[in-house]
Design a protein around this ligand. Structure first.
Ligand code: ZN
Length: 462
């Protein structure tokens, strides 16, 4: 029992730490650089080439990308962006030639003399992590790139080769990660659309308490940021564009499943990530009953930022659309590929909601939100999913309902008694007053026993 308690506590901690906005979103990243900037996105800048000096010396040819205020935002040949005033740029006829991975690696070797630099045909890995962490990160990311390109071809989305080498900075410790660039504590890794880098670190607080989950979560985070980087480099999401958070994050998460076990690797687009499913059980199920029907989806779709539940809901919604509303899913993504730098569907109101995101969503998915949310929950219940804690005790909430001669019941499975009680209380709160209800929470030794109990119960209620 002590073991179980440890597991459950560790699990809740992991989830609260990792389900939070664990990933810096690209839009947020670019906002941070200049919150006051209101770039004029209505007039696309014609593509122009200039010469300018970078890193305080070398003169290179750069390509115009967009503007911010009175400055040009230019692409450097290593894939980073930089701001330049007019007087810092000299027009040129020389061609713009993206650097090879080797050349990018050489620059980074000089910048990070104590880090090991590894080059593959597309990636440059810079790190001082353990050998295992380095190998796993490299394996996950290099297998993802062809996989995601295949996925985007299937959905008739852009799938060009990355123009620039993809750089991944891997620090051993949180302190080094913050020294490179200070991040809020709940951010464990991020893709930065400005530098085009993924930045992450190896050490996590959870390794002591539950190494298996910690490793799994770390790998999922790598794959999630890897998906952001790939989508920004094959033309699906234009750099500095500001997609609705639910689909930017939902899609990265959809593309991020990784396989646990001895060979930690990428699993393939849209497969079920068991750890995420576990989080969904905790969050989406509870949330759906926490708020009026349909509100969970409305809130997630409009959010300019995502709450902890928002990440799980965004993943679930993306997964659902990709499988059940294929035409809408494609239309939503195709529309968003058109968003240029700084562009977004609308501006957030005082509550941090972007109403235009819901309007656009409803145009593609006209199903009433109440029904959509019910369908989504059913869909989640039916997804093939291996509960990583299947052999640990579970709690079944059984609720019987009666009004006059009409009877009904509702059941759900949880990992903790507290969750089961909370869910039951929330469910009951939304019932009409004249409905009689009876709640029972039953502890069973494992997940199969929970399913069996519900089946028996269903039969007895017939
Ligand atoms: Zn993300």
């Amino acid at each position: 029992m002590i073991f179980l308690r440890t597991v459950v506590i560790a699990l809740l901690l992991v989830i609260s730490v990792l389900l939070g906005p664990a990933h810096a979103q690209t839009a947020a990243t670019s906002d941070e650089r200049d919150p006051a900037a209101t770039p004029d996105s209505s007039q696309p800048t014609p593509v122009r080439y200039w010469q300018t000096s970078i890193d305080g010396g070398e003169v290179v040819v750069v390509r115009g990308y967009t503007r911010r205020g009175n400055r040009h935002v230019v692409l450097l040949p290593d894939g980073r962006m930089a701001e330049r005033r007019d007087q810092d740029l000299q027009p040129t006829d020389r061609p713009f030639r993206p650097w090879s991975a080797r050349k990018v690696a050489k620059r980074l070797e000089a910048k990070f003399p104590k880090m090991q630099v590894d080059v593959t045909s597309r990636y440059v890995f810079v790190g001082n992590t353990s050998e295992t962490f380095r190998r796993v990160t490299q394996r996950v990311l290099t297998t993802m790139l062809p996989g995601i390109r295949k996925f985007t071809r299937k959905w008739k989305l852009p799938a060009r080769s990355p123009e620039f080498p993809l750089v991944v900075l891997m620090f051993r410790t949180r302190m080094e990660f913050d020294q490179y660039r200070r991040m809020p504590a709940n951010i464990l890794a991020y893709y930065d659309a400005w530098t085009n880098y993924i930045v992450l670190y190896e050490e996590t607080r959870m390794f002591g308490t539950n190494p298996e989950i910690a490793v799994g979560q770390t790998i999922s985070t790598i794959a999630h940021e890897g998906a952001h980087q790939i989508l920004h480099n094959i033309g699906v999401q234009q750099r500095l564009s500001r997609w609705p958070m639910w689909i930017a994050e939902g899609l990265a998460e959809y593309l991020a499943p990784t396989k646990l076990g001895r060979k930690l690797s990428w699993k393939g687009a849209g497969l079920v990530n068991d750890l995420r499913m576990l989080e969904l059980e905790f969050y989406v199920k509870a949330k759906a009953f926490d708020s009026p029907p349909g509100e969970m989806i409305a809130h997630t779709v409009q959010g300019a930022q995502l709450t902890s539940t928002g990440y799980a809901t965004a993943w679930a919604l993306t997964h659902y659309l990709a499988n059940k509303e294929k035409a809408a899913f494609r239309a939503i993504l195709r529309e968003l590929t058109q968003l240029g730098p700084w562009q977004r569907l609308g501006t957030p109101n005082s509550e941090g909601l972007i109403e235009a995101q819901l309007t656009s969503f409803r145009q593609h998915v006209p199903t009433p939100l109440k029904k959509l949310e019910a369908d989504l929950i059913t869909y989640l219940d039916e997804l093939p999913y291996t509960d990583p804690f299947a052999s640990a005790p579970h709690y079944v909430a059984l609720i019987t309902l009666q009004r006059d001669k009409e009877t009904g019941w509702k059941a759900n499975i949880f990992h903790t008694e507290m969750q089961a009680r909370r869910w039951s209380a929330q469910f009951i709160r939304q019932l009409d007053d004249d409905i009689q209800r009876h709640v029972e929470i039953v502890q069973v030794p494992n997940r199969p026993a929970a399913h069996q109990l519900i089946r028996q119960y269903a039969r007895s209620r017939k």
